[in-house]
Ligand binder design. Structure first.
Ligand code: LIP
Length: 273
């Protein structure tokens, strides 16, 4: 994978830089929580909010990542966008779960993924409220480090049937999009155990990895929402896919425990026809 002159592109070295940057950004986000509502803008709709803390977190991430690796590219939710020359691109969500952050609902994370030649090779999702650090490298497994607890290797659950499958999902920022998504989830509910809507795609994908839910699907995510979390889920043993065998991500992200993945993928496809 490493072309000449890119000796420090190993997944574990990229992960170490991602973790260090994510920890600093998470500290900044945590300090900004009490004043989250002071400077709020909107993007795609009146409910698609961006706070000054989102912007500050992204600026810090870009400064630390490109400061250490100036030839890399970057893509961030709040506008960071630069082509690099190293083959490495950082995909960052400075606060995934911004509405939760604004309201003080304890489910928002800093998400940093390192792509090498277009493939995510290292990812970190740091839950700001709990301090739980989810990490993964391609082929290196998925890990959870929680404050005061030993590092734990993550493994997905193994539900015996679709009817016993707990499903996480999310909804978009446009009302007409939510209307359609609401119809889908209404038809999904009687087919599965129950749903959970945590409000952060990155944390939803980590919940699959940790076996806290059995499956997740969401339509309409952006690369920064899922880049790191999808690697964590896959390295924990989840089947990660789009619709009809398409690549996961846009428009559809699906992650499921292998024991129900085939049925769940079929169900999600059926409900989106
Ligand atoms: C959020 C996602 C979540 C989705 C929300 C929003 P943001 O990202 O993580 O899964 O349902 O609509 O897109 O905007 O908080 O970074």
């Amino acid at each position: 994978m490493n072309a000449p002159g890119r000796a420090d592109d190993t997944p574990s070295q990229l992960l170490a830089l991602a973790v260090a940057a994510a920890r600093e950004a998470a500290d900044l986000v945590a300090r900004g929580r009490d004043g989250a509502g002071e400077h709020v803008g909107t993007k795609s709709s009146p409910v698609d909010v961006v706070t000054a803390v989102d912007a500050a977190s992204e600026a810090l991430l870009v400064d630390r990542l490109l400061g250490a690796r100036p030839d890399d590219g970057v893509l961030g939710e709040e506008g960071a966008s630069r082509e690099g020359t190293s083959g490495v691109r950082w995909v960052v969500d400075p606060i995934d779960g911004t509405v939760n952050f604004l309201y003080g609902v304890p489910a928002y994370a800093v998400s940093v993924a390192a792509e090498v030649d277009g493939v995510v090779r290292a990812g970190v999702v740091l839950d700001v409220a709990t301090g739980e650090l989810f990490t993964a490298t391609s082929g290196g497994g998925a890990w959870l480090t929680a404050p005061g607890r030993p590092e734990l290797r993550l493994a997905v659950s193994g539900p015996s049937s679709l009817e016993l499958t707990l499903v996480a999902t999310g909804f978009g920022y446009r009302a007409e999009q939510r209307a359609a998504q609401g119809q889908v989830v209404a038809r999904l509910l009687p087919r599965v155990r129950d749903i959970r809507r945590f409000g952060s795609a990155a944390l939803d994908l980590c919940a699959v990895a940790a076996g806290r839910v059995d499956a997740y699907y969401e339509l309409g995510l952006n690369p920064w929402d899922h880049a790191a979390g999808a690697l964590v889920a896959a390295e924990a043993g989840a089947v990660v896919s789009g619709l009809g065998g398409a690549a996961p991500g846009e428009p559809m992200m699906i992650a499921a425990a292998p024991t129900v993945a085939a049925e769940f993928l079929d169900l999600v496809e059926e409900l989106h026809r």
